[in-house]
Write a protein that binds this ligand. Structure first.
Ligand code: IPE
Ligand code: IPE
Ligand code: MG
Length: 224
């Protein structure tokens, strides 16, 4: 049985789900939040220590302003309404990505991170304004500036995921098989599962099935 410490998820398919069921992409984003909550609960039950959720990419700024505003509003309300509850559950929240949002959202994000920084049940890495290429370029620039040696260990020191083990398992919902600039370095040896269901339809049973399949895989890491 493979150990499972870190799960990363590309939560894709909200827009299509919303259009199909409520004739609105934004309704899909709202529905997707329920899945986030239940997947967090299931992750805790399965003793997963890190859960990384891709919520907004550096490329998602190309979407219509109305949708972007709706997404960030949802996030603000989620933080305002749920952070105490997450804290009570001993959940640590960390943002990965470049935090240059509105003053209000930056404050909320910083305070969520600070409040939960000592928690130890599970760490949720929320990937927001995250892009792997930007992350890698920034890391290499920092190494260049410090005149540090460019090697694996030093690059990892400057990634958002410093001190976090690489994901063992990566799941993308939404019936699309691509990485969309997500954790390109960290996923080097992850087991990847593409799920046909849209994110709002993805449920505990689907998640448990993937976890179980993952646990029974043969992981080689180059060996035989
Ligand atoms: C993923 O769902 C959530 C975000 C990118 C914020 P999408 O909004 O990409 O949903 P689809 O892929 O268009 O259905
Ligand atoms: C990836 O989904 C980003 C998030 C889930 C936050 P996208 O829907 O943005 O990916 P592409 O553009 O279809 O590849
Ligand atoms: Mg999408």
């Amino acid at each position: 049985m493979n150990p499972l410490n870190h799960v990363a998820i590309i939560m894709d398919g909200n827009g299509r789900w919303g259009l199909k069921h409520k004739n609105s992409r934004n309704a899909g984003h709202k529905a997707g939040l329920n899945t986030v909550e239940s997947i967090i609960k299931q992750s805790i039950k399965n003793k997963i220590k890190y859960l990384t959720l891709f919520a907004f990419s550096t490329e998602n700024w190309k979407r219509p302003k109305k949708e972007i505003n709706y997404l960030f509003n949802l996030l603000e309300n989620f933080l305002i309404n749920k952070i105490d509850d997450l804290h009570k559950q001993n959940i640590k929240v960390k943002i990965i990505g470049s935090k240059n949002f509105s003053k209000k959202l930056n404050l909320l994000l910083n305070s969520a991170e600070k409040k939960t920084s000592k928690n130890s049940k599970i760490q949720i890495n929320l990937a927001l304004n995250y892009g792997a290429k930007f992350e890698l370029i920034s890391a290499i620039k920092k190494l260049q500036k410090n005149k540090d040696k460019i090697d694996e260990k030093n690059i990892e020191k400057f990634l958002y995921t410093k001190n976090i083990p690489d994901p063992d398992l990566m799941i993308r919902t939404g019936n699309t098989k691509r990485l969309s600039n997500f954790l390109l370095w960290q996923l080097a040896y992850a087991e990847i599962f593409f799920e046909k269901k849209m994110w709002p339809d993805f449920n505990d049973k689907d998640y448990l099935k993937i976890i179980n399949d993952y646990k029974n895989l043969k992981r080689n890491f180059g060996k035989i």
